[in-house]
Design a protein around this ligand. Structure first.
Ligand code: ASP
Length: 440
């Protein structure tokens, strides 16, 4: 079996003709790059709107029989410009006219998912022609079941359809075939998932995810100036980091690659010489004790105190059942002997707070129950921390020196993550302090 690479290009990488040219150079730069997945064209500058968003607006207007010509013109102009600038012979104008007519005359037959999926569909058409590659519709490759999970059969279909190892294929990202033959999109940013699923299906040696940054940084550059880049991060670490606020790629794109140990390489289309970040299996050794630090605001802590709580069988379960009854999921629950804290998302709690507190009072008879809003969670993540003495002490010292009060401490037994809860106002200082303590 020949080594093949799946490369996915995000919205900014296909935003205009000059980006298409960069994509071509990248694809041709390594003969193993045989499957190209594209997003819909993104912004050419910060003031612009992504085509996917314009397609949502268009659908909204068209479905209310309102004038949709303004967003529609922006959409069609973009595709026509790319085709013209690259001298493509394509009949993209015909495709656009056909779509416009459907929106005007048969809107009842058009679904939102179908219309927005055309963003990647048309982009992939142009890219296939430009690269001299074969276009394959993702509708014919990826299928969803009734619960919108990807069917196992999709992976077989991918392997069979993209079987020719000498051929270059271009596939639109973001959608597949729904359980009732309709076009079904993933959640936003879902082209990342399409690429990962294709990488799994063809047993790619690497899944390259081309974007507009040269990989991940150890922490948010808006908080720490010039943080060090991360050259390698494990699948497990990235899950912990992205939960706590680091955003790189769609979190559902990890599992299909992880299932086959396919490394994901985040690369920069505008700086192809940069090696980027590799997301892969757990490493044997690491350079730093920590791999990254991420923080997220918007949490509240429900604090419950009751003497002899530890002797009351089922106390924790019953409290969590109250939350479950109100449809509230919890993030973590650090506990003491006679107290229990439950960290929840503030927005979700707001809607049901009164009912939750009333139920806790009536059913659990606590000595005290109180909600503390304004909590942020800061995650310090790294396999390098496993079985090393003194890491937690160093971290807490760093926070103490900056006089940051720690409200919550949680270290998972896997030891790859130390989570601290601090007041939202302290989050940035906490991240800076931890970074300075561990990274020289
Ligand atoms: N175009 C889609 C979005 O904007 C999917 C993607 O770009 O991954 O969400």
């Amino acid at each position: 079996m020949a080594d093949r690479i799946v490369c996915k290009f995000g919205g900014s990488s296909v935003a205009e003709a000059k980006q298409f040219q960069k994509v071509k150079a990248i694809v041709e730069g390594d003969k193993r790059r045989k499957v190209v997945v594209v997003s819909a064209p993104g912004k050419r500058n910060p003031k612009e709107t992504k085509l996917t968003d314009l397609l949502y607006t268009t659908y909204d207007l068209a479905s209310k029989h309102l004038d949709f010509s303004t967003p529609w013109k922006m959409i069609s102009d973009r595709y026509l410009d790319i085709a013209k600038d690259l001298n493509l012979a394509t009949k993209i104008g015909d495709d656009l006219n056909e779509l416009e007519n459907k929106l005007k005359n048969e809107i009842e037959m058009v679904t939102t998912d179908f219309l927005v999926s055309r963003g990647e569909f048309l982009c992939a058409r142009l890219m296939a022609e430009y690269l001299g590659a074969q276009f394959v519709d993702s509708y014919d490759l990826i299928a969803f079941d009734e619960r919108y999970r990807i069917t196992p059969k999709s992976y077989e279909t991918i392997a069979q359809t993209l079987a020719d190892e000498n051929k270059l294929y271009v596939v639109p990202g973001f959608y597949g075939e729904g359980p009732h033959k309709q076009v079904k999109t993933f959640s936003r940013g879902g082209s990342d998932i399409s690429g990962a699923v294709l990488a799994n299906g063809i047993n790619a040696i690497v899944y390259e995810n081309w974007t507009d940054v040269s990989g991940l940084l150890m922490t948010d550059p808006r908080i720490v100036e010039n943080p060090k880049p991360i050259s390698y991060v494990s699948y497990r670490e990235i899950r912990e980091l992205s939960y706590s606020g680091a955003s790189v790629l769609h979190d559902e794109s990890i599992a299909p690659c992880r299932a086959k140990n396919i490394p994901i390489n985040i690369r920069n289309t505008n700086r192809p010489e940069d090696a980027g970040t590799i997301i892969g299996p757990t490493p044997e050794t690491t350079d730093y004790p920590i791999t990254g630090i991420a923080g997220r605001k918007g949490f509240s802590m429900i604090y419950i105190e009751k003497s002899m709580m530890n002797k009351e069988v089922g106390f924790g379960r019953r409290v969590l059942a109250i939350l479950e009854g109100e449809g509230l999921s919890y993030e973590l629950s650090p506990s003491g002997i006679d107290s229990m804290s439950i960290v929840v998302d503030t927005k979700s709690l707001d809607a049901v707070q009164e009912a939750v507190l009333e139920d806790i009072l009536l059913q659990m008879h606590p000595d005290r129950v109180k909600v503390f809003p304004g909590i942020s969670l800061v995650a310090t993540v790294g396999h390098g921390m496993t079985n090393k003495v003194g890491i937690a002490a160093k971290l807490f010292n760093a926070l103490a020196e900056k006089e940051i009060n720690i409200r919550i401490i949680d270290q998972g037994s896997s030891q790859i993550n130390i989570l601290v809860g601090v007041d939202e106002a302290n989050m940035e200082d906490a991240i800076r302090a931890i970074y300075a303590a561990f990274v020289k």
